[in-house]
Design a protein around this ligand. Structure first.
Ligand SMILES: [Zn+2]
Ligand SMILES: [Zn+2]
Length: 931
């Protein structure tokens, strides 16, 4: 069997379809992992990395005395599977394979993923031949060529990837742990530090500092409007920016007619067609279409996997000779781009454009298949069209502009105007993404006199440097050698998700700045691009077999030890600096009760807003638990309360905006306050004025304090407190009902629990007891389907019965035995005979009597006669002695209250038969025997 291992499931499927040709591919599943077989071949897809590197066991405790953050530098590193099912399937198939081909993506990461697969195969089959297929697009031609020219795995390339993996783990884990511990942060609040991440963040912080320290300079621009043949011409003073106001005013005053054309220069300008896309230029172009870097790459990878475009991670901007450009044009023919392709074929430039970077691993990004808008959907089509149009543009002729430069003299002040006219659109016909603005000047001749229509002196200010957009940052990272084409956009994504930066353009958060400031002050190596760039260079050397992986990792370990020398010496300062700077991050504004700061507090999974004046001020606002999302402060401020807005954020979920915490607190408690019968608008206003917002606050207050606060008699205040207690009780039951419903009715799209509860309340069902008395029709009306409704009612009834029995005094342990015996309701206790209950549950009849007595008393009903254990056991024996009367019949007789010879002898066969189902004749028989 020939096992082929691809990078992802989707590429495995495509590769199988291509290699199978006309043969049918059988798709099978093994533990939810797909495999595609034909002929003697089976193709399986990985999920990128299926193993990860981690420290050997023993390093999980952050606060360990022996395994300090520094010890992570030299800790042993192991590989462990992250996708067990895939690993299992690969190894199962490897045992049977006589040839294995690694067909992962063709770059460092892909080679490393390939090597991981190689090791998985080798572990179970040491002798099987393993080779490698390399391709840049998942198209029939590329895949077939790759499989006809199989090579070997490039272990040097993989080793470069491994070195990076190890170094990243070691730097990231050791530094993250150190900084987090120093700043006393744990759990979801850790401060992550990373080899590429930190220098990137440092650039964003640095830019923000430049912006803040920027002092704008005032300058003046002078221009005039003139006119010829009804066309306005704007000419600018040749001095450009005036930094001296006096000089600008003098030049303005000196600008007088006659305005004479002194020189006219006509020329032509070539507007070169754009160069082929590498990853960075692609991301920049996609960002103009409104796509973030991460989004653009995700879509591009998806298009690659599906055979629409070539591999999107490439540093190459020169088409290799081997790339068949004609074939690509033919592929695009007949589709949406038919007219454009025909034009390019007729007007094609002799040689395609080429960029500055040429590498051999992958060609620049280009289309590999034709597609339709309908098949791709909006965003994927946007990206695909961009790639197609860029490709076509690189084969199109340059555009051509006619240019005019004109100089004027206005009584000694010189001005100039420039014009441009598109002579030949060339590539611009195909590629509409960059705008070409024409400015056509009328025909002018030297010596010509023109009127001055207007003189404009504009005051302007120099602008601070702009914040980085995501795509600009990626360009700068590339220039500085930070990260790789595959990782740059991911690094930015991490900075955003770790809340070190926000917005686009990117702005550092308070935490982001605090971490960088602390590192800058004590271990600048971590924030400077130098160290990261050195590693990238070392990786190149590993790829060229000029250095070994271990050698590079060792050097990096030494570097990190030197960093720790500095860090450990200043641990407490670093911690204090970060903590002082980030305290503000949780501060929301003034407490309405006392004026101290309100602050978001996190304690385990619970979070709330508390006053820094605690314990003197006990004002606080509760927040949903952090499982709903971690509470953070956002930029907006409530104009009424002067408090920052709060948002709950959770990975993979849309953020939940709480807005002003106090407004939200007030609004969510108004309904509850209105449940108090004596509540009026006026009273509520007086309560709010004293910062009393909830019924529980009212219930918890001393009557005299409450009386003083809202200016009422003490008696009235006591009544208010009582009403608040009642409201609280209703709310408690309502919340219990909500939890109960949520447990049984699964959440589904378009069926919110809040809506269900609202509907139930409208029908007067406000707690579990009311629910247990409701009928299915009412539940259905609340939006719950009948089957679920029946289940809900049964559960509510069960719970209420159980509660009633517990209330009556039946102990929990016995209650379980009754329930197991099918005895569930208080009525069961009152109406079923004691012998029956005892035999059904195995509980001693004397104990049963005690329980029955409790329940009957509780319900105000008479209790039955006690039966002692001896009587019960003797009676059973007596009954079993009656010929033809067995155990099963005895149990049925209990139901009719018959438990011994005496009770059977006086029984009415008619009545007993109707209760027990035992035929009358047989009963008469039994009774006959006794007489
Ligand atoms: Zn306070
Ligand atoms: Zn507010």
């Amino acid at each position: 069997m020939h096992l082929i291992i691809a990078e992802k499931n989707i590429s495995a499927n495509r590769i199988a379809q291509i290699l199978a040709g006309n043969e049918k591919v059988r798709a099978t599943k093994d533990g939810s992992v797909s495999a595609y077989s034909f002929d003697t071949k089976t193709v399986v897809g990985l999920k990128g990395h299926v193993v990860e590197v981690d420290f050997e066991p023993g390093y999980t405790n952050w606060r360990s005395e022996t395994h300090t953050p520094r010890t992570l530098i030299d800790a042993g590193i192991i590989k462990k599977p992250t996708e067990k099912k895939i690993v299992n399937l690969i190894q199962k198939l490897s045992k049977k394979a006589d040839l294995v081909t690694i067909a992962t993506d063709y770059d460092t990461e892909g080679e490393l993923i390939g090597k991981e697969a190689y090791e998985l195969v080798r572990a179970v089959n040491p002798n099987v031949r393993i080779n490698r297929a390399r391709f840049s697009a998942i198209t029939p031609a590329e895949i077939r060529t790759a499989f006809e020219n199989l090579t070997d795995l490039d272990f040097d390339l993989a080793a470069a990837g491994e070195a990076r993996q190890t170094v990243d783990l070691m730097w990231g884990a050791a530094l993250t742990r150190f900084i987090s511990l120093a700043a006393r942060r744990g759990g979801t609040n850790i401060l992550s530090v990373g080899r590429v991440q930190s220098p990137t963040l440092a650039m964003i912080v640095e830019r923000e500092r430049e912006i803040e320290s920027f002092v704008p300079q005032t300058y003046w621009m002078l221009s005039l409007d003139t006119e010829k043949d009804g066309v306005t011409i704007e000419a600018r003073h040749t001095a450009g920016r005036f930094t001296d106001h006096e000089a600008a005013l003098a030049a303005e005053a000196g600008t007088k007619e006659p305005l004479v054309v002194t020189d006219v220069k006509e020329g032509q300008k070539t507007d070169r067609a754009p160069t082929p896309f590498d990853t960075t230029t692609f991301i920049v172009a996609a960002s103009r279409l409104g796509l973030s870097a991460a989004n653009a790459m995700r879509i591009a990878e998806d298009l690659y996997m599906n055979g629409y475009i070539s591999y999107p991670r490439t540093d190459n901007t020169v088409y290799p000779k081997s790339l068949n450009l004609n074939a690509i044009l033919n592929t695009l023919k007949g589709g949406v781009f038919d007219k454009d392709v025909a034009w390019v074929q007729q007007n094609r430039r002799p040689v395609p454009t080429r960029g500055k970077k040429e590498s051999t691993d992958h060609p620049p990004i280009h289309p590999t298949g034709s597609a339709t808008r309908e098949a791709l959907g909006q965003d994927r089509w946007k990206v695909y069209e961009l790639v197609v149009r860029r490709f076509l543009a690189t084969l199109s002729p340059d555009a051509n502009w006619a240019t005019t430069r004109c100089t004027f003299d206005a009584s000694g002040e010189s001005y100039k105007a420039t014009g441009g006219r598109l002579l030949y659109a060339g590539w611009r016909r195909i590629y509409p993404y960059s705008e070409a603005k024409e400015n056509i000047l009328p025909v002018l001749a030297p010596g010509e006199r023109l009127p001055i229509k207007k003189v404009n002196l504009e005051e302007k200010e120099t602008q601070p440097p702009a914040r980085y957009s995501q795509s600009r940052l990626i360009q700068v990272m590339e220039e500085l050698g930070l990260g790789t084409k595959s990782t740059r956009h991911e690094v930015i994504g991490k900075l955003v998700s770790r809340r070190y930066v926000e917005g686009n353009p990117l702005r550092p958060t308070l935490v982001g700045r605090a971490v960088i400031d602390a590192l800058d002050n004590h271990a600048e190596t971590i924030t400077e691009p130098e160290m990261t760039r050195t590693l990238e260079e070392h990786m190149q050397l590993i790829k060229q077999s000029r250095r070994s992986r271990d050698d590079v990792v060792t050097e990096s370990r030494e570097m990190l030890h030197r960093v720790f020398d500095k860090l450990e010496a200043h641990k407490s300062e670093i911690g204090t600096e970060i903590m002082e700077q980030t305290a503000e991050e949780h501060t929301l504004g003034p407490c309405p009760a006392c004026g101290h700061d309100l602050r978001i507090r996190h304690i385990g999974v619970s979070q709330f807003i508390g006053c820094t004046g605690y314990p003197e001020c006990r004002f606080n606002i509760s927040l949903p638990g952090s499982t709903w999302g971690k509470a953070i402060r956002v930029e907006a401020t409530c104009p009424e309360h002067n408090l920052s807005h709060v948002r709950l954020i959770r990975k993979g979920a849309r953020p939940w905006d709480i807005g002003c915490p106090l407004c939200s607190h007030i609004a969510s408690n108004v309904e509850a306050l209105r449940m108090m019968p004596s509540m009026t608008d006026d009273l509520m206003q007086r309560l709010h004025a004293h910062h009393i917002y909830t019924v529980s606050e009212i219930a918890g207050m001393q009557p005299e304090d409450l009386a003083k606060a809202v200016d009422v008699e003490k008696k009235e205040a006591a009544e208010l407190a009582r009403e608040a207690e009642d409201a609280l009780e209703v709310l408690r039951r309502r919340s219990e009902l909500r939890k109960f419903v949520r447990k049984i009715v699964p959440p589904r799209k378009g069926r919110s629990h809040a809506k269900i509860i609202r509907n139930l309340l409208e029908q007067g069902i406000g707690d579990i007891h009311a629910l247990s008395l409701a009928d299915v029709a009412a539940i259905k009306k609340a939006g719950i389907p009948e089957a679920t409704g029946t289940e809900l009612l049964d559960a509510a009834r069960g719970l209420c019965n159980e509660r009633a029995l517990r209330e009556a005094g039946v102990p929990a342990v016995s209650l379980k035995k009754y329930q197991a015996g099918g005895v569930a309701t208080p009525d069961d206790f009152c109406y079923l005979p004691i012998p029956y209950l005892a035999s059904k549950t195995g509980i001693n009849p004397e104990t049963v009597h005690k329980h029955v007595d409790l329940v009957c008393r509780h319900l105000g009903r008479p209790a039955p006669q006690k039966i002692s254990r001896t009587v019960f056991e003797r009676g059973r024996k007596e009954l079993l002695e009656v010929p033809g009367l067995g155990e099963a019949t005895v149990d049925r007789l209990y139901l009719a209250g018959i438990y011994d010879a005496a009770t059977l002898r006086v029984a009415d066969p008619e009545k007993v038969s109707s209760i027990t189902g035992i035929p009358k004749a047989r009963l008469r028989d039994y009774i006959g025997h006794l007489k």
